[in-house]
Ligand binder design. Structure first.
Ligand SMILES: *[C@@H]1O[C@H](CO)[C@@H](O)[C@H](O)[C@H]1NC(C)=O
Length: 179
């Protein structure tokens, strides 16, 4: 039996989030794209200008029998820095904002996790992740599919994505599909 749900997660550069989340047990698919802006069917170039209002997001389809909202969102919060407003490290702009587009149930779970993590002082600064209603997802063109796996020599991938993915794989080793 499976119980498929979907959610849009913005955690900065979508290449990172895709590479990490698609390895998790219970995650059926992860697709890179854009959400939350004004322009219809935006291109990567459009979104990179930072003026369309979109965030880089991944659409995650998951089986809640195998990975709960809480587990998935808990991992989302630890694979990026949710205290940085409109940036992740050197990636600066609203397109890199930390955001969850989900239904009310998913938003409530996220809100609870934020409270818990803040009370545990997981981060030195307050969480700025925006919790927003489900919205239109615009897939990025297919050159972004499996980007990290297909472009390991890309400078950004080698410098930024690879260490994040390695760290996440270590941290969530027991949750990976191919252990
Ligand atoms: C959110 O979606 C899930 C299924 O994807 C469903 O189980 C849940 O009841 C929904 N919550 C609301 C408030 O619509």
């Amino acid at each position: 039996m499976s119980d498929l749900h979907s959610i849009l997660l913005g955690a900065g550069c979508f290449w990172c989030a895709e590479a990490i989340l698609k390895d998790l047990q219970g995650v059926k698919s992860v697709q890179s794209g854009f959400a939350g802006g004004t322009l219809k069917n935006p291109s990567y170039k459009d979104v990179c200008t930072g003026t369309t209002g979109h965030a880089e997001v991944v659409k995650v389809v998951y089986d809640s029998q195998k990975i709960t909202d809480e587990d998935l969102l808990g991992i989302f919060f630890t694979i990026h820095d949710p205290t940085q407003l409109n940036r992740q490290g050197n990636d600066i702009g609203t397109q890199y904002r930390s955001v969850v587009f989900g239904n009310k149930t998913q938003q409530k779970v996220a809100q609870k996790l934020i409270q818990t993590f803040e009370s545990q002082k997981l981060w030195a600064a307050p969480v700025v992740t925006a919790l927003e209603d489900e919205t239109v997802f615009w897939p990025a063109d297919e050159s972004h599919e499996d980007y990290f796996a297909r472009n390991p020599e890309n400078q950004y991938c080698a410098a930024i994505v690879a260490p994040k993915v390695a760290k996440a794989r270590k941290m969530f080793r027991d949750r990976l599909k191919n252990r």
